[in-house]
Design a protein around this ligand. Structure first.
Ligand code: ATP
Ligand code: FE2
Length: 325
């Protein structure tokens, strides 16, 4: 069986194809890049997706050496995401499904991130730390759904790093440069903000920016930010592990590139006798293959798509019934 998946929630348009063994046969993608210094305007990203979508779907079909009639279903990213971008994905999905005469399956973008990370690491029942620009969540499967055990109360950890980077005139995104600088800095104290299972980064960011203005060495601030943010993430992940009694941790999202974060999580897991694996970086960011894979999981579980499908810009991870586990 083959499923083609379409991703279009934010800056990336992706078209991926998987088979029923979880092999990725195609993974075509292209990212909308706003002019330097600008955020994404939803309408501009949607225009990019409309322009690039047809070519990327065609490329995916060529890479997988398939024809439309070979597909068993089309999956699309239903949400969460930017409405104009989501609409492009829905339209593309509808027209491909009609062309192939096959069902159109809606996929929750966040759940697809979790499932591709499980597929890639082969860990079965993990606690997942999902840390990207906009997202910071500690998630695990419990009683039929992916439950969010802890999350940021303000910005995502990646955005917090990027905001610091902008103030310090580092290149965007700032995470990689902050990691390089941190390796030659030394720690000086910053506030540490964990509230129950939730985290807050903006007050720490403000404190770091103040120190920057008062002339604290940049490398020391990078080191202190990393140590503080990642210790908070590791603490909440450990508490989730203990709470749900699981023995596996997966790290995913763009911040998973950070070796210091990987090291802290690895140490914590070793001390508890748990396994830790980061998702391979290629599948930490947005892509069509993850949408195809969750579409395949739903198809195999016999999930019937709703007769009328709409986008769901505010879809939450725990809104989704996980019928395939
Ligand atoms: P979303 O909008 O879904 O939250 P995104 O596109 O902003 O996602 P990703 O591409 O998953 O996010 O991740 C980008 C983030 O990862 C940026 O904030 C960037 O600074 C951060 N990042 C990348 N490399 C590193 C690194 N080595 N260390 C820390 N952060 C990093
Ligand atoms: Fe994403």
């Amino acid at each position: 069986m083959f499923v083609l998946g379409i991703e279009s929630t934010a800056h990336t348009f992706g078209a991926g194809i998987v088979d029923d063994q979880g092999r990725i046969l195609a993974d075509a993608r292209d990212m909308f890049k706003p002019p330097a210094g600008w955020g994404i305007k939803p309408q501009d990203a949607a225009a990019h997706h409309r322009e690039a979508g047809g070519r990327l779907v065609q490329q995916a079909m060529e890479d997988a050496r398939l024809r439309a009639a070979d597909l068993d279903a089309i999956a699309f990213s239903q949400g969460a995401g930017l409405p104009p971008c989501l609409r492009v994905g829905l339209e593309a999905g509808r027209s491909l499904a009609a062309q192939a005469g096959k069902p159109l399956i809606p996929v929750c973008h966040q759940v697809a991130h979790l499932e591709i990370a499980r597929l890639q690491t082969r860990l079965q029942d993990p606690v997942i730390l999902y840390v990207s620009g906009g997202n910071t969540q500690v998630i695990s499967h419990l009683a039929g759904r992916y439950r969010v055990f802890g999350e940021t109360q303000d910005v995502g950890v990646g955005n917090a790093l990027d905001k610091f980077g902008r103030a310090a005139a580092l290149a965007f995104p700032a995470g990689p440069e902050i990691e390089r600088l941190a390796s030659r800095g030394s720690y000086s104290e910053l506030p540490y903000v964990v509230k129950g299972m939730d985290l807050s980064f903006s007050g720490i960011l403000t404190a770091a920016l103040q120190k920057l203005r008062h002339g604290a060495p940049l490398a020391d601030l990078c080191c202190s930010l990393q140590e503080t943010f990642f210790a908070m993430l590791t603490e909440v992940t450990e508490r989730a592990l203990a709470h749900v009694g699981k023995e596996e941790v997966i790290l995913t999202g763009g911040v998973a590139a950070n070796q210091r974060l990987c090291q802290m999580l690895d140490t914590m897991c070793r001390e508890r006798g748990a396994r830790f694996l980061p998702c391979p970086l290629r599948y930490c960011g947005d892509n069509g293959a993850m949408i195809a894979w969750n579409g395949m999981q739903q198809l195999q579980a016999g999930n019937l798509p709703a007769p009328s499908l709409e986008i769901r810009p505010r879809l939450r991870t725990d809104d989704v019934d996980v019928a395939w586990l």
